[in-house]
Design a protein around this ligand. Structure first.
Ligand SMILES: *Cc1c(COP(=O)(O)O)cnc(C)c1O
Ligand SMILES: [Zn+2]
Length: 451
């Protein structure tokens, strides 16, 4: 495979560091980032070239840091961008799209993109063991892709992760180390281990390479909108890397003449129980105060976000905003997305959908603007948060009479479902209001079940 020219550069002092497993500038201790020779790329790249290639993230290969001779072994990415009119009616937007990384391959989260790029480089840097600190999805993805590549994997996680995310790591034969502590403790430990063991930590010493994989979400959104940029993007934030990389992707497409320049507002989404970035933004502060996470949105539970500062800058400079929602709203938003669009997201997607709804209600996102909501993970990994949401149905005998009796009881007991049917045919405006009420009713139902 042909490769682009790229290298590490310090984000603050600009010093270049070639290509090596390193994430911090030795001179000024700032993070390193990959930069490309955009002048030489401009003449080589076109919409037609990308479109002529297979539908996966490798179609943007020149804009990724891939070593010479790299051959991808998995068709990662190019997930659906789906219009979401029913969700839109309920949250008050007429042009809303879901970027659905709940179905990203191979492990059903957007982390497959970053891991694919990190492992391509782990190999070329000579590592036979890869590792990571993870809030869950990264663990799944490193374990799976390491198995595929024949690399050994050491995975470090907080001990209280969702069972499905732990099992979904162990099944690939990875060494799983559970740490009594938060993600921030796990990550600190991994930085120390990375100094002692010659391992490729995808989000520590390989972090600049890893992070570039997130750009493919941005390229895909633009291409799937017909090589146009949206007005707004709503992105969940953990370490804050993804949102900055979607912005970098849009900036690159403009720089390369592949899309028309256009202002895009970036909106960050967090859970209130772990909201260091949104809290700073809402207080008009440029300082991010670390928090001790307490939320069911475990994949976003990073109290001291590595890229928080850059995420905050990207959001505020774009004219965007950040909000956070309660765990209660996370659950009702998971249900809302599932019931309106047939997409089952994990808690992080609930955070994004619920935050988008809040931003629309605040008039920060307007109904006729094109808004993309990033759904980054799959609901089957966090089913525990819905454990109390639905009553266990009592089974009935295989008899028509029993079913008729059953359906009669249902009709008597389920007022909210019938309210919704009754609203069909009402004008759009009242539907939006109705939707808001139904969502509130749904969340109060969940609340009752949880109590
Ligand atoms: C890791 C993760 C994020 C956030 O990624 P950052 O780049 O750390 O902000 C969002 N959603 C899901 C499901 C994740 O696993
Ligand atoms: Zn520097």
């Amino acid at each position: 495979m042909e490769t682009s020219t790229y290298h590490l550069r310090c984000r603050e002092c600009g010093k270049t560091w070639g290509n090596q497993p390193r994430s911090i500038c030795e001179d000024c201790f700032s993070p390193l980032e990959i930069t490309y020779d955009y002048d030489s790329l401009r003449s080589r790249l076109s919409r037609e070239l990308f479109a002529s290639r297979a539908p996966n993230m490798w179609r943007y290969r020149e804009l990724l840091p891939l070593p010479a001779g790299f051959q991808p072994s998995l068709p990662v990415g190019y997930t659906p961008l789906v219009s979401a009119p029913r969700l839109g009616e309920r949250i008050g937007s007429r042009r809303v799209f879901i970027k659905n990384d709940a179905v990203c391959l191979p492990t059903l989260s957007f982390k497959d993109r970053v891991v694919a790029v990190a492992l391509a480089n782990a190999r070329s840097f000579g590592f036979d063991t890869v590792a990571c600190s993870s809030t869950g999805n990264l663990a799944n993805s490193v374990a799976a892709q390491a198995a595929r590549e024949g690399l050994k994997a050491w995975i470090f996680i907080p001990s209280d992760l969702e069972p499905a995310k732990i099992l979904g790591t162990q099944v690939f034969g990875a060494e799983v180390v559970r740490i009594n502590g938060s993600y921030d403790h796990v990550n600190r430990l991994c930085s120390q281990i990375a100094d002692e063991h010659r391992w490729g930590f995808v989000n520590v010493n390989l972090r600049p390479y890893y992070a570039e994989g997130s750009k493919t979400v941005g390229y895909e959104i633009a291409e799937q909108l017909g090589w146009r940029l949206p007005d707004n993007v709503v992105v969940p934030m953990a370490g804050g890397s993804l949102i900055t990389k979607i912005k970098k992707a849009f900036d690159e497409l403009i720089l390369l003449g592949l899309v028309d320049p256009k202002p895009v507002k970036f909106f960050g989404a967090q859970a209130t129980g772990c909201s260091p970035i949104s809290t700073a933004i809402k207080q008009y502060s440029s300082e991010i105060e670390p928090q001790r996470p307490k939320t069911i949105a475990r994949s976003l539970a990073i109290g001291n976000p590595a890229d928080g500062h850059y995420a905050l800058k990207a959001i505020t400079k774009s004219g965007g905003w950040s909000e956070d929602i309660s765990d209660h709203e996370v659950v009702s938003s998971i249900q809302l997305l599932a019931e309106t669009e047939g997409i089952f997201t994990e808690t992080a997607g609930g955070v994004t959908v619920g935050t988008a709804r809040k931003l629309i209600h605040q008039d920060r996102i307007l109904p006729d603007e094109t808004t993309v909501i990033c759904v980054t993970g799959n609901g089957l990994k966090t089913t525990d948060v819905l454990a109390n949401a639905y009553a266990a149905e009592t089974p009935i005998a295989p008899k028509l009479s029993e079913f008729e009796e059953y359906i009669a009881t249902k009709a008597a007991n389920l007022p909210s479902a019938f309210e919704e049917t009754a609203s069909a045919g009402v004008g759009r405006q009242s539907l939006i209001v109705q939707g808001a009420q139904t969502a509130a009713a749904a969340s109060s139902l969940v609340g009752a079940a949880n109590d």
